[in-house]
Design a protein around this ligand. Structure first.
Ligand code: HXC
Length: 512
């Protein structure tokens, strides 16, 4: 019988072995590739000393291909819970030094365990992905593990925030769990996501493409729209996730976390009085308005590299988190197209699911015309944005700074689809379309050039202003731009206890 001392020594030995993962050599290889290990990443992500590891001693049960002689405690996943800014989060981190971080039955069960716990305790789950995908030696058990995780991702959707970091390869089915989560953050030059890699693509389609071009961080942040944020390295990616989490409630039954604030709620900004040019064809930077009005000018942009004609992101107003959606007239005149509709719609749905009030700022000439857009399905993609705003029952405050033309007026959180407070600047133009387009249609072939100029001016006088809409009660108040901050805060304060019971139904049918 072993002594007490021997029993304690065995425990220490087992823990030591687990902490080493795949061993010193593989850890060095990971560092040489510019990547941190799973444990180093968790150290950065979580408040110091808060990590509680579970299932550290789990081993796989595979016996094929010599695997019975190759078992490593933890089996390639470090999982458990800890705190970010003192708030509980559940985490799992794939350890690339152990079987390439690949997913087998035993470590899939570790992920499932933390996801189940996260849902029961009502706390976010954060997955750090760095993996060769399905563990080949485990065959269908590995596929089953992935599929069980997908199912849980869907069950957790809208219940607890789910955040994925991509910090290495992420191939095949492995991309679909992150894709089902709310936010994907990738690291520059060391993370990849693709359904099939460059070699398979070459065989099937004869295309030559590098893995960076195919599925690197900037590809998914700027081209595909799969990812939401990009970090320069593992450390900055972890810091971004910490910052993002700070805006989110722990679950859908909570309000988002308030913070004490010192920024004056009545603060006015004189530069906003002259920011929006009277000439509707002149661009300006919408970001100036956003940064001017939010607490401490601190705006956390989501998807900053994708569909830049619309801006989405989080900020605080009077200490309370809000989601901001704003057209960006400095890019493509702020037009709504397929990409910007998708980007904004998903963001709006996230905010609505997690009780985050929406502030929508419009300067939009309408939907982008053209065969590209029509063949690509702008009708159904634009409808997603319309659906998302209509469906959202969180407090909705809308401000029109300049153009609100055509369908885009209705879609972008208008009074008619349930906004609670609708504001406009005196520079607002709320009409079916811009003056030139309108006159061309109304007086087609029936008017000389001189009369046309007069008609354009008449139209501008009559419609290119906020007052027709204000007379009808579609705009609650026309405000001075300098007072935007206090007006937004006032609207949010008034609507903070809003409650809108929905009709009984299984779920709606968003035009996917
Ligand atoms: C088992 C694997 C593995 C896998 C890598 N390894 N991928 N073991 N199953 N899928 C092991 C390697 O043998 C190696 O072990 C260690 O992980 C590190 O791999 P390397 O190749 O040395 O590293 P690197 O050169 O950095 O390349 C990483 C990689 C490459 C790009 C991920 O290994 C690779 O392409 N792997 C295959 C990826 C893949 O096709 N996965 C299946 C996707 S399909 P040692 O012992 O030498 O350290 C899928 C279906 C899911 O996931 C469906 C869900 C329903």
């Amino acid at each position: 019988m072993s002594t007490l001392e021997e029993k304690f020594r065995e425990l220490d030995e087992r823990n030591r072995e687990a902490l080493l993962g795949g061993g010193k050599e593989r850890i060095e290889k990971q560092h040489l590739a510019g990547k941190l290990t799973a444990r180093e990443r968790l150290d950065l992500l979580l408040d110091s000393g808060s990590f509680v590891e579970i299932d550290k001693l789990v081993k796989h049960r595979c016996t094929d291909f010599g695997m019975d002689n190759n078992k490593i405690a933890g089996d390639g996943i470090v999982s458990g819970y800890g705190k970010i800014d003192g708030r509980l989060v559940f985490v799992f981190a794939q350890d690339f030094t152990v079987f390439g971080g690949t997913l087998g039955r035993a470590n899939a069960d570790k992920i499932i365990k933390v996801m189940d716990m996260a849902m029961k305790m009502g706390a976010p789950v954060i997955g750090l992905n760095d993996s060769g995908g399905a563990r080949i030696q485990e065959g269908v058990q590995s596929l089953a593990g992935y599929s069980d995780i997908f199912h849980l991702n869907v069950k957790a959707s809208g219940v607890i925030p789910q955040i994925s970091a991509i910090l290495g390869p992420c191939a095949g089915g492995a991309v679909y769990s992150p894709a089902l989560t709310d936010f994907i953050v990738m690291t520059k030059e060391s993370s990849y996501m693709f359904v099939t890699g460059p070699d398979v693509i070459k065989t099937v389609t004869h295309e030559n493409v590098t893995k960076e071009e195919l599925g690197g961080a900037m590809t998914h942040n700027s081209k595909s729209g799969v990812a939401h944020l990009v970090g320069e390295n593992d450390e900055s990616t972890m810091m971004m996730i910490r910052e993002l989490t700070g805006f989110l409630p722990s679950n859908n039954m909570e309000d988002p976390p308030e913070k004490p604030f010192t920024d004056d709620i009545n603060r006015e900004d004189e530069k906003l009085q002259t920011l929006v040019p009277v000439d509707p064809n002149k661009p300006y930077d919408m970001m100036v308005i956003i940064e001017s009005v939010v607490d401490d000018n601190n705006f956390f942009e989501i998807m900053p590299h994708y569909a830049k004609n619309i801006i989405t992101g989080f900020a605080r107003l009077a200490g309370k988190p809000v989601g901001i959606v704003a057209n960006q007239p400095a890019i493509l005149a702020g037009v709504l197209d397929i990409s910007s509709s998708l980007k904004a719609a998903r963001f709006v749905r996230f905010c609505d699911a997690f009780n985050i009030p929406l502030v929508t700022i419009l300067d939009v000439p309408g939907f982008l015309p053209g065969t590209n857009q029509e063949f690509g399905g702008i009708i159904k993609h634009g409808a997603k944005l319309l659906y998302a705003f209509s469906e959202a029952t969180v407090p909705k405050i809308t401000l029109i700074t300049r153009k609100a033309y055509g369908g885009a007026y209705g879609v972008m959180s208008s009074k008619h689809i349930g906004a609670d407070v609708n504001l406009a600047y005196p520079t607002a133009e709320i009409a079916v379309m811009g003056p030139e387009g309108a006159v061309n249609i109304i007086f087609r072939h029936k008017i000389s050039d001189r009369d046309k100029t007069a008609a354009v001016n008449d139209y501008r006088e009559a419609f290119a202003n906020p007052y027709k809409a204000a007379e009808l009660g579609y705009i609650d108040e026309v405000i001075h731009p300098r007072e935007t901050r206090k007006k937004l805060i006032g609207g949010l304060e008034m609507s903070q206890n809003k409650s809108v019971p929905g009709p009984s139904r299984k779920h709606g049918n968003i035009p996917l």
